[in-house]
Design a protein around this ligand. Structure first.
Ligand SMILES: *Cc1c(COP(=O)(O)O)cnc(C)c1O
Length: 345
């Protein structure tokens, strides 16, 4: 199966599995797991933060990131398609007790003026205090868009000026780093907490790492425990993260090249609406409503020919490239899509 459904489809490679099997371990709750400690140091260094905390998932990084910066009854400001709003099962409401103010972005990106509008009025008894701005880079539903750095800096500075903290969902921050050439540290300097996902394009089976200043990370550790994320000999999975940071970052450029190739190929197929110029990283969005075929028909036709992408129930489709799909796989996926759409072959 050429699986373009998500970059979570990656499976640990034999070399990564070897690193996991051989990892020195200890009890991470007692801070005695040397591999977990090493991974945390690597991510703190990468993001230029004082400390970092290994967590089971990106969703928990967002849950804790929101929790450490807010009090129940506060308001968080985030983009309309941001992951904590669309895909975290109501976590911010239950776990942090916060309400949301949404910004309508342009492929996930918005302006300092929109931040100001979203928090108005700040102060007084009637409105909930807006205490946190959440950013996402790259932006998933925005099609893997990389924020323009000046805009990113400007919205973060505006939030700080308004008395808010800033949390960066960096599930795919390293895709943004590789695509833009702007180091993780440079993005992270404008935010209070930042995290990277290990289980997406980096190819690990499990895990994500949250970073921030030492005091915030100590409080984050308490919530890690409370939310059930404290583990024991977690070095066995942290080792995959160490391996990935050493071997799987620069190669994200191949995923980006493959995504561009896929977009260019899809744009040649009649009835598929796509703007290949919008593809900056490893995510490709396109619309299949002009093909004259139902999403179910297209989806089933692709599956029958060994390709998975999109959705049987929606016409806005997503395909994601990753380290388990090659350039040849992408060429094949385009051929198969063309055959399914045109009914030939
Ligand atoms: C996948 C994803 C998450 C959640 O990460 P998990 O590791 O799947 O829990 C959060 N934010 C974005 C932008 C994501 O793509």
């Amino acid at each position: 199966m050429i699986d373009l459904i998500s970059d979570t489809a990656t499976r640990p490679s034999p070399e990564m599995r070897r690193a996991m099997a051989e990892a020195p371990v200890g009890d991470e709750q007692l801070r005695e797991d040397p591999t977990v400690n090493r991974l945390q140091e690597m991510v703190a260094e990468l993001t230029g933060k004082e400390a970092a905390l290994f967590l089971p998932s990106g969703t928990m990084c967002n849950a804790i990131g929101i929790k450490v910066h807010t009090n129940p009854g506060d308001k968080i400001v985030l983009e309309r398609w941001a992951h904590p709003y669309t895909s975290e099962a109501g976590g911010p409401g239950l776990l942090a007790g916060v309400m949301t103010a949404l910004i309508e972005g342009e492929r996930g990106v918005f302006t300092p003026e929109q931040v100001e509008e979203a928090v108005q009025p700040q102060g007084g008894f009637h409105s909930a205090p807006a205490t946190l701005l959440c950013l996402e880079n790259t932006h998933n539903r925005g099609g893997g868009k990389v924020w323009p750095l000046e805009t990113f800096q400007a919205v973060a500075e505006t939030a700080h000026r308004l008395g808010m903290k800033v949390h960066l969902d960096g599930a795919r921050l390293l895709n943004a780093v590789v695509a833009s050439g702007i180091p993780a540290k440079v993005w992270s300097q404008y935010v209070d907490t930042v995290w990277i996902d290990l289980s997406k394009g980096l190819g690990c089976p499990i895990g994500a790492v949250l970073a921030g200043d030492r005091e915030t990370m100590e409080r984050a550790r308490r919530y890690k425990h409370m939310f059930g994320g404290a583990m024991r000999q977690a070095g066995i999975i942290a080792a995959a993260g160490v391996y990935a940071l050493e071997h799987n970052v620069e190669r994200l450029a191949e995923d980006h090249a493959n995504a561009k190739l896929l977009a260019a190929g899809l744009s040649e197929i009649p009835g598929i609406a796509i703007n290949p110029a919008e593809v900056e990283t490893n995510i490709v969005f396109f619309d299949v409503s002009g093909t004259g075929r139902s999403p179910q028909e297209l989806y089933d036709g692709l599956i029958a020919r060994g390709v998975r992408m999109g959705s049987p129930t929606a016409t806005r489709w997503r395909a994601v490239t990753h380290l388990d799909v090659s350039r040849a796989d992408i060429e094949r996926a385009v051929e198969v899509m063309e055959a399914v759409v045109t009914g030939r072959g």
